[in-house]
Design a protein around this ligand. Structure first.
Ligand code: B1H
Length: 838
């Protein structure tokens, strides 16, 4: 083959050109025309918007391929450690616009689609179905981290599941949430590349047996009773204006062929098809329970399925490259995104011992030098535990290995704490209290070289409350890495107008170096600049107002204060606290008490887990309030309430840029980090919030004078809990609260039905573990403060600007750099592009 050319010189027409050259509007147009004809079988004259979306996506995807292949080639040519980010969820959002931005060809694409008679690229972007392969923050974090890894030129693969149905679509009917299956693949999804040649076998069930190997050594092996095949589907993840293109490798479960043939031969054709259907069920649907563990058998199957495929894939890649398996940890660093992939500890041990015949100590050394674990929650209902019977019936060999891991570990503990049986019970992987169960957080912690929390307070609470015994045993293992979000999507794509203002003011590099935004501080008293800054916000609000009107029929005033709470619906997140505050404001206006209330639009959005009754009732509650408030002429434009249906990544991109006030009002100690809070702050929203999760760090950085703080601290909450919290005293001490509650009780927001919201009222006035009543009065005080500042636009805009200026820390680039340095020990890898790859 020919000599590599000067790799950095643009060659017209070559797909491999560094970033932009050769990808002018003509090239994009030609690519679209070809794909319309050859890939889609359509003529340009009759192509639908969807056809044009597909054609543009394929044309853009073509331009990723050289980078994608060159990135894989680079790691082969110059082996170095790769990050394997294992996650049951990746909530990546729409891909087309992100790839255009990272390639730097948005304008070219705009021009090309113009030649097909499309006025705005946005019409094409709207067609894209987003893969909802995650519940909320945890899945979205994984997506931000993949984008930052690629942008920082770090070799990485995200391993997960290609769910056929992602998180359900949410409809609102009569104020209630209705769930609809998410058929994201129905029109064909252009961003994935199936790689059937790299499929993997995974076993389930059956038994283990002992045997004597050819060297006369006793060994164990697993004889599974069932198998599935994992077929990888790769999604290219291009970094921002670099050649590095990492991958998401998502596994789809297929039936094994051999079963079909066998059953066919013995005549049980339908039986064989049933078996096939069962295997393919594994990757059928995402569990929609953000924050609760249901302990379902299929869920454990999903976890083992994708973890086993992924580890086999990593081992196979070593073999392909002629690297010794014993050097595994020099080539792979395996990050567990919560305990969902924690079975990796046992599965890697199994593969190393049963398949590669390593001795225990060696295998354990390899495992513990490769694996690290991120904890994302302290909520007891989210901590994964598997019933021993279920576990042993599905993964008998893994259970044997877990017993052995546990035995050796507890031996170590005994040496450290002689005679202390209590600590053994507390540390054991096996929970012996009540029904015996495997504690996945213990397995992950014992098998990992680092355990990290996702915000400073959360990491501290892991050590103090969740696993104090582990933290005492291994203090150096526990660390913090505060979450971050990618500025490319959450400012660049989500807020193009602010982005161009930032480009002009601080230079274009802010998008990869958010600390440069500090320069904006110099503008804090420049009223001309503050005016420009607030105009970008107003424009976002106008667009959102249009969307709200189209979706809900509610007319909202873009000049009113946009007060937003978007996140999963959960009692600990306390949307009901916000809702009750809305009622208090409604009553003030009704009673003519406070004529000084600035016009406000209170916007909610988020999904409730389908089986979480209280969360669904909270949605009904918000909609009940919205109906009454929005229909009341006395409100006279001062209060509007909106529930935005089907909150997802795409909608998020419209919301963050259009928000004045960000609601981050969880019970202190409950929200591990939050990441929406960061997106709002970057986009110049002010936060009203408790001292919880990353709110604390946001406030520290933007300045306490630029943050509306309220509520009990984590330690005050602990104290309340210990001293028999009594909501009644808070209710009787706050007239506005008792009146708001009374209005709900008499059915004012439920057409006179005094029963409908009773469960909600009872939970708030009973032994509420989320202390809503305890924080209400202070919340209302903070809202009054918000109201006061809003009426001074110059002051508000200055505070908002300082939020943007000082939120650089919350870029996922910073988080990823910390992971690379302190946990993964990985380095960037330059990817050289050669046209020869074509
Ligand atoms: C977070 C979850 C979660 N923590 C179980 N835990 C799930 C737990 O399907 N499940 O079984 C799904 C998700 N998600 C969130 O992680 C935290 O609540 C947020 O505070 C945090 O910002 C986010 C990312 O770290």
């Amino acid at each position: 083959s020919s000599q590599p050319k000067d790799l950095r010189l643009p060659t017209p027409g070559c797909y491999a050109d560094p970033i932009k050259a050769g990808i002018d509007a003509d090239a994009v147009f030609d690519g679209m025309t070809e794909h319309l004809f050859f890939s889609l079988g359509k003529l340009a004259t009759t192509a639908s918007l969807r056809d044009l979306y597909m054609a543009l996506s394929y044309a853009v995807r073509d331009r990723l391929m050289t980078r994608y292949l060159a990135s894989q080639e680079a790691i082969r040519a110059k082996p170095q450690k790769t990050v394997a980010y294992l996650s049951a969820e990746f909530l990546i959002g729409p891909q087309l616009n992100n790839n255009l931005l990272n390639l730097g060809i948005t304008k070219e694409a705009e021009e090309a689609v113009g030649r097909f008679g499309i006025e705005s690229l946005s019409h094409i972007l709207e067609v894209e179905e987003e893969p909802g392969l995650g519940n909320g923050g945890l899945g979205r974090l994984a997506a931000c981290y993949m984008e930052s890894l690629a942008s920082l030129q770090v070799p990485a693969i995200g391993y997960g599941i290609r769910y056929e149905f992602g998180i359900f679509n949410q409809l609102i009917r009569d104020g209630w949430q209705v769930e609809v299956t998410d058929k994201w693949l129905k029109g064909g999804w252009p961003w994935e590349l199936p790689q059937p040649d790299e499929s993997c076998f995974v076993g389930f069930g059956g038994r283990t047996e002992s045997y004597v190997d050819e060297k006369g050594k006793y060994r164990s092996r697993w004889i599974p009773s069932e198998h599935a095949i994992g077929v990888p589907h790769d999604i290219p993840i291009l970094g921002y204006r670099v050649n590095n293109c990492d991958r998401l490798r998502l596994w789809r479960a297929d039936a094994t062929e051999s079963f079909d043939f066998y059953a066919f031969n013995i005549g049980d054709y339908y039986g064989a098809v049933e078996e096939k259907v069962a295997s393919e069920t594994i990757s059928k649907v995402l569990y929609p329970n953000d924050g609760t563990d249901e302990g379902r058998r299929l869920r454990l199957k999903q976890q083992h399925f994708f973890v086993s495929c992924s580890l086999q894939d990593m081992l196979r890649s070593l073999e392909k490259r002629g690297i010794e398996v014993e050097d595994f940890s020099e080539h792979w660093t395996v990050q567990l995104n919560d305990t969902h992939p924690a079975i990796a500890v046992a599965e890697l041990m199994r593969l190393l011992i049963d398949h590669y015949h390593f001795e225990w100590e060696k295998a354990w050394h390899i495992t513990t030098s490769s694996v690290a674990y991120t904890n994302h929650t302290l909520l007891p209902e989210a901590l994964e535990k598997w019933d021993l019977d279920l576990f042993s019936s599905l993964l008998p060999r893994h259970l044997d290995l877990i017993y052995e891991i546990n035995k050796r570990f507890l031996q170590q503990v005994r040496l450290r704490y002689p005679g202390n049986d209590l600590i053994l019970r507390k540390l054991s992987i096996i929970d012996e209290d009540g029904c015996k169960a495997v504690r996945m957080a213990h397995l992950a912690t014992i098998g990992a070289h680092h355990v990290n929390g996702v915000a400073a307070l959360h990491s501290d609470l892991i050590k103090r409350q969740l696993m104090p015994e582990f933290a005492e045993l291994w203090p150096e293992k526990f660390t913090n890495i505060t979450n971050g979000v990618t500025p490319r999507r959450w400012v660049g794509l989500a807020n193009p107008e602010l982005s161009s203002l930032l480009d002009k003011e601080v230079g274009k590099d802010w998008i990869t170096n958010m600390e440069l935004l500090k320069k904006l501080e110099q503008k804090e008293n420049d009223s001309g600049f503050l005016e420009l800054f607030s105009k970008t916000k107003l424009s976002g609000k106008r667009k959102l107002a249009g969307y709200i009107h189209r979706q809900t029929g509610v007319l909202v005033d873009p000049s009113s204060l946009f007060d937003v709470q978007v996140k999963r619906i959960h009692q600990y997140k306390r949307q009901h606290l916000n809702a009750l505050q809305v009622i208090a404001q409604y009553l003030r206006i009704k009673n003519g008490v406070d004529q000084d209330i600035a016009p406000r639009t209170v916007i909610f959005g988020g999904k409730a887990a389908p089986g979480y009754f209280m969360a669904k009732l909270m949605i009904r509650f918000i909609n009940g309030i919205a109906d009454v408030v929005n229909a009341d002429p006395d409100m006279d434009g001062r209060l509007r309430v909106v529930f935005l249906p089907d909150y997802n990544v795409k909608l998020g991109e419209q919301v963050y840029s259009a928000t004045d006030l960000s609601e981050q009002i969880s019970t202190a100690g409950k929200e591990a980090s939050g990441t929406g809070n960061m997106k709002f702050a970057m986009n110049g929203a002010l936060t009203i919030g408790t001292l919880d999760g990353a709110n604390i760090e946001i406030r520290d950085r933007v300045g306490s004078e630029n943050f509306f703080l309220f509520g009990k601290t984590e330690s005050e909450i602990v104290e309340l809990r210990e001293n028999q919290y009594d909501p009644k005293t808070y209710i009787s001490n706050c007239k506005e609260l008792s009146e708001a509650l009374r209005l709900v009780e008499v059915g004012h927001f439920s057409n006179g039905d005094s029963e409908l919201f009773l469960p909600l009222i009872n939970s708030l006035t009973g032994s509420d573990p989320f202390f809503v009543m305890a924080d209400f009065a202070d919340y209302l005080r903070a809202q009054d403060e918000v109201n006061k500042v809003w009426k001074n636009p110059q002051k508000w805009n200055r505070m908002a600007l300082l939020n943007t200026a000082r939120s650089g820390f919350f870029s996922s680039d910073r988080s990823i750099k910390e992971y690379c340095k302190s946990i993964w020990k990985v380095k960037p890898l330059d990817v050289e592009i050669s046209c020869d790859i074509n």
